[in-house]
Design a protein around this ligand. Structure first.
Ligand code: FAD
Length: 540
């Protein structure tokens, strides 16, 4: 594997070349299974410490949970209320590192909690002062107590009836799927080999030890293209799907696998920016049934969410329950001057939290399960990581490699370098950034904007800031293979406005046809866009 530097023009992600490289590969130091936040973080960290790394993703990078977050880079105000000080402190420091390393994709964001009862301002204000204190030098700005007039001024769109005041505090927001791609491409630029649409179909063993994987090319219609790669260490970072890989590992010993993950689903509704035309996000710390609700301005729209509903399966495209959408719409109606209705929803998407089951857990509510990550090493040496949150992906990766070292699967490694390592596209310090609250555009490409503009179709607008050149860039340099890859994760149109994404899809398919000779599963995308427009409603 060759080593490239970030100063060179963007590397090509030609699939034929990547597959050739994979087929030529017999052994590496580390194989990472899963191309979400957890796996990509491990791949970059390991590569920067000099290991040879292969990462295999069964679908698209961030195609699982990692493109469906609420988009907050946060310490977790909710976890503070639960008294989980260690988790909050670590996340607040990771928040700072992420904002520094990818300022084009992760930025500070002010939040305002509107108070409708007098005691809420001092009560929540005091809690948030502790939040500030835990951040220390990593603080993004001081918590402020706001009077009624300033709350209404900072949060145009807030429901003014019975408004008493508010508390303003600072966290961050990000573009999760584009951050995942930046991680993947940074790891590749450093010499790691990463492939999407390459599921691991078996875990290989030698003398009872985990020693590699068998992969398959999911885009080969015949299903014949497959192979094996050996490794000193295999990391299973497959989110809610970790138990599938653990079963493959345990099967070699003929032992049963107790489930490690309890999935919990979270729903988001996206509405027009006019419902909350502010630069600040809105947080309801305690809804009428004791949950948390966010209204977050993001890429020119507003995200409302989320829920926490236990699930017993791990489908790729989970559907929202009518109770979940009813909860979000009803609670939004209490705090917004204009209550959004089902017909105002432009997109609805659902993510599965990979919550780690306590060892003695039976069934039950996922709200009380720890949000911390867990690393487990199997008797054969398979290292599994799951749980945690996007904000702490970097610290999780460090912890995974520590476990690999401690288990004797990897030799003593040089120190971690990711705390201060700018990701691909990070602009020079001090350059003005367009906030992520505004519509997407060329600015999201950071220092790579000029490379995108140099491609054909730079002035051909497709809508919501997407240009023909960006689609070509997605295919040539960002591993995109389908219309969904482009419209769900390279650009976020499916998540912002599903009807608009469906309208643009044929034009994207035509560019894919020109670039790589396939229509990128246009029909499947149109079906998916339909699902993202359908808001399930409670029967009267
Ligand atoms: C509703 C919701 C809101 C959230 N909001 C936030 C937030 O605002 N801020 C925050 O910090 N965190 C948030 N999180 C948490 C965060 O999104 C997750 O912790 C994180 O994305 C998990 O990443 P992962 O890599 O572990 O899992 P995933 O992103 O699911 O990645 C696992 C990958 O493994 C792949 N895979 C599965 N099987 C195989 C196989 N056999 N071979 C190869 N690959 C395979 C999958 O396709 C998938 O891409 C939220 C989570 C949810 C559900």
């Amino acid at each position: 594997m060759t080593s490239r530097t970030a100063a060179q023009p963007p590397a090509c992600t030609d699939r034929a070349e990547l597959l050739q490289a994979l087929e030529a590969l017999h052994e590496v130091d580390l194989i990472v299974i899963g191309g979400g936040a957890s796996g990509l973080g491990v791949a970059l960290d390991a590569r920067l410490r000099g290991l040879s790394v292969l990462l295999l993703e069964s679908h698209d990078f961030a195609g699982g949970t990692s493109s469906r977050a609420t988009k907050l880079v946060h310490g977790g105000v909710r976890y503070l209320a639960q008294g989980n000080i260690g988790l909050v402190r670590e996340a607040l420091h990771e928040r700072r590192a992420l904002l520094n390393n990818a300022p084009h994709l992760a930025q500070p964001l002010a939040f305002v909690m509107p108070a409708y009862r007098p005691w809420e301002v001092p009560f929540y204000g005091a809690g948030l002062k502790i939040y500030d204190a835990l951040a220390g030098a990593a603080s993004l700005g001081p918590t402020e107590w706001l009077g009624r007039a300033r709350t209404a001024q900072q949060l145009p769109g807030v429901n003014p009836r019975h408004l008493f005041g508010g508390v303003k505090y600072w966290d961050g927001q990000f573009d999760d799927a584009r951050l995942a791609l930046a991680l993947a491409r940074t790891a590749a630029a450093q010499g790691a080999l990463l492939l999407n649409y390459c599921p691991v179909v078996d875990v290989l063993h030698e003398r009872g030890r985990t020693r590699g994987v068998r992969w398959r090319d999911a885009l080969d219609g015949q299903g014949a293209r497959c192979g094996e790669v050996r490794a000193r260490c295999v990391v299973n970072a497959t989110g809610v799907w970790v138990d599938d890989i653990r079963r493959m590992d345990d099967a070699a010993r003929g032992s049963a696998t107790a489930a490690m993950v309890a999935p919990s689903q979270g729903v988001h509704l996206v509405v027009d920016r006019s419902f909350l035309p502010s630069r600040e996000a809105l947080l309801v710390p305690r809804t009428r049934d004791g949950r948390v609700l966010f209204a977050v301005p993001w890429l020119g729209h507003v995200i409302l969410g989320t829920t926490d509903t236990p699930r017993h399966d791990t489908v790729r495209e989970p559907r929202a329950l009518p109770e979940e959408t009813a909860f979000i719409l009803k609670e939004s109606a209490h705090v917004l001057a204009h209550a959004p209705l089902a017909e105002d929803v432009l997109s609805i998407w659902v993510g599965l939290r990979p919550l780690v089951r306590p060892a003695d857990d039976e069934e039950g509510a996922t709200k009380s399960i720890s949000r911390e990550h867990t690393v487990r090493v199997s008797p054969a040496g398979l290292v599994t990581v799951t749980g945690g949150k996007w904000t702490t992906y970097r610290a999780m990766a460090e912890d995974v490699l520590r476990h690999c070292e401690q288990a004797g699967l990897l030799p003593a490694l040089p120190p971690c370098r990711t705390r201060q390592f700018p990701l691909l596209g990070a602009p020079a310090a001090g350059s003005a950034a367009i906030p992520l609250t505004e519509l997407p555009g060329l600015h999201t490409y950071g220092s790579e904007a000029a490379c995108v503009q140099a491609l054909p179709g730079a002035t051909e607008a497709l809508g919501l800031g997407l240009t023909e050149a960006m689609v070509r860039h997605a295919v040539r340099h960002e591993y995109a293979r389908s219309v969904e890859d482009v419209l769900a994760r390279r650009h976020r149109m499916l998540f912002l406005d599903a009807a608009r994404a469906a309208a643009v899809a044929p034009a994207v398919a035509a560019i894919l046809q020109e670039e790589i000779g396939v229509d990128g599963d246009l029909e499947a995308f149109l079906q998916l866009a339909l699902q993202y427009r359908q808001v399930p409603l409670l029967q009267p």
